[in-house]
Design a protein around this ligand. Structure first.
Ligand code: ATP
Ligand code: MG
Length: 169
């Protein structure tokens, strides 16, 4: 059994991590799609696909989860063909795990089985909340796996976000 999990992972956090570890335990293989892969260096999407790839793979490997494949997916900006686009890039999957209502809708229309994983501490384990804290110099490192803290440090992510917020006026 092979499962699909999709996110933007800006950044990868402990909510994603808990869900993927659970799925990886239940199925043979998890395909993790990094959505909006072309986006980076924006306040809403600060990290590149490669940086997000590192965050996910290091975090899972450190917890001895090895049955995953990561596939970056570019936006096509046409919802009606988006599932075919994803299908063209991933191995065949039996089930899709998502809490996103649009993704659920699009895969159900193509006859996929869709499961909604439980949400973990959604108030704090949230990409938007973590980006907000990074910008405001509030504490965020407890909301992501240790490997993500290391990657963000390696790429100088906080200083990148400071620059993204600056304007030329
Ligand atoms: P953003 O605030 O930037 O949208 P996000 O935290 O929602 O970030 P996404 O990458 O958009 O993260 O989400 C990918 C998937 O992870 C979605 O299906 C989302 O519902 C799910 N998810 C997000 N936070 C949690 C959480 N705390 N527990 C379980 N699943 C989560
Ligand atoms: Mg989201």
């Amino acid at each position: 059994m092979r499962a699909l999990y999709i996110g933007r992972f800006q950044p990868y956090h402990l909510g994603h991590h808990a869900v993927i570890k659970q799925i990886a335990y239940e199925v043979d293989e998890v395909i993790i799609c990094i959505g909006s892969a072309q986006r980076s260096h924006e306040l809403e999407n600060p990290f590149t696909a490669g940086e997000r790839y590192l965050m996910i793979s290091k975090s899972l490997r450190e917890d001895n989860v090895l049955n995953f494949y990561i596939v970056p997916i570019l936006d096509v900006n046409r919802n009606a063909i988006w599932v075919s686009h994803v299908e063209s890039l991933i191995p065949p999957v039996d089930v899709v795990y998502t809490n996103n209502p649009l993704i659920e809708r699009l895969f159900k229309e193509r006859s996929y089985k869709v499961h909604a994983p439980l949400l973990f501490n959604r108030k704090e384990y949230s990409g938007s909340e973590i980006r907000r804290r990074m910008l405001n110099k509030e504490s965020w490192t407890g909301l992501v796996p240790k490997a993500v803290v290391e990657v963000i440090k390696e790429i100088n992510g906080l200083s990148r976000m400071d620059d993204l917020r600056r304007s030329d006026t």
